[in-house]
Design a protein around this ligand. Structure first.
Ligand code: MN
Length: 292
């Protein structure tokens, strides 16, 4: 049974063209294989106010964009483009290089409205960092969902309550959006070889475990609280399942993936293993070969 070993609080920062994101204080290795877990908004824009992320490059990892409210448009230097509406998922593998922009849809920009969603960066192991870029897009109408006993879930990657995602990943990833009614329970299986974490963005939940936290070998944060509230990222101990009890109406993400155990060299939108590779990414971006 997994338990909470550490709570990482979040803070609000500005990204891209100035849009507001809520982000865990600690990032990088501690979240392996996730590099960034950004909650975009929620923010209410007036007409003409919505902002996004103008043209920028990426190399060495994947970005997952999951929209809950609003309407976005994306375009890349290779000529790919598309839009994202509530419930849609874009799983973009930057691999050796993508240069793109992620902006509010022009109609949404005109009217204004609420923007809310997530952008999550998933690291790639060294052997796949320079893979060919690819997009996997799952519109809300086709994305796997399940509802049972007061628990509803959208499976972005991995499996929940017997329902699986079709997203293909190079390393095993679980990413599930869960909504729970007050008093409901969910048991989520997670392979014990994977790091597990939960990000709550509405209400509060309790992680139930049979073993006393104080006796648990992984509970280095002695007496770590087992309740997780809005705006907290909980890092979980080892184990093969998570037992969740919702103490209010709640909403959260369950995330899991392997410890990559490789050096992380990050500079802005490039995430590689060595300083030399970062330098090369800059050179390739400057001379126009990054996304070729
Ligand atoms: Mn981007």
């Amino acid at each position: 049974m997994r338990s909470v070993v550490e709570i990482v609080p979040t803070h609000i920062v500005r990204e891209g063209g100035g849009f507001k994101v809520r982000r865990p204080f600690r990032m990088g290795r501690v979240l392996s294989p996730f590099l960034l877990i950004d909650e975009m908004g929620p923010v209410d824009y007036g007409p003409g106010e919505a902002v996004g992320a103008p043209w920028h490059p990426h190399r060495g990892f994947e970005t997952v964009t999951y929209l809950l409210d609003g309407r976005m448009r994306h375009e890349d230097s290779a000529g790919n483009s598309g839009e994202l509406n509530p419930g849609d998922v874009q799983w973009m593998t930057a691999g050796r290089g993508i240069i793109h922009c992620e902006e509010p849809h022009e109609d949404f920009l005109k009217t204004g409205g609420r923007t809310h969603g997530f952008q999550i960066w998933v690291n790639l192991p060294a052997e796949h960092k320079m893979m060919a870029p690819r997009y996997q897009e799952v519109p809300a109408s086709e994305s796997p969902t399940v509802e049972e006993n007061g628990v509803s879930a959208r499976i972005i990657a991995g499996e929940c309550m017997g329902v699986s995602s079709s997203i293909d990943t190079k390393i095993p990833i679980t990413l599930i959006h869960v909504k729970m009614e007050k008093g409901s329970r969910l048991i989520q299986k997670i392979d014990s070889a994977l790091n597990g974490m939960i990000y709550v963005f509405g209400g509060s939940i309790i992680i139930e475990n049979k073993i006393s936290v104080k006796k648990h070998p992984m509970a280095f944060g002695l007496g770590a609280k087992q309740n997780i509230v809005d705006g907290e990222l909980a890092l979980l101990s080892e184990g093969d399942e998570i037992k969740i009890h919702s103490t209010s109406e709640s909403e959260f993400l369950i995330l899991a993936g392997p410890e990559l155990n490789e050096p992380i060299e990050r500079y802005g939108p490039f995430v590689m293993n060595t300083k030399e590779e970062i330098h090369q990414a800059f050179l390739d971006y400057q001379n126009g070969t990054l996304a070729k």
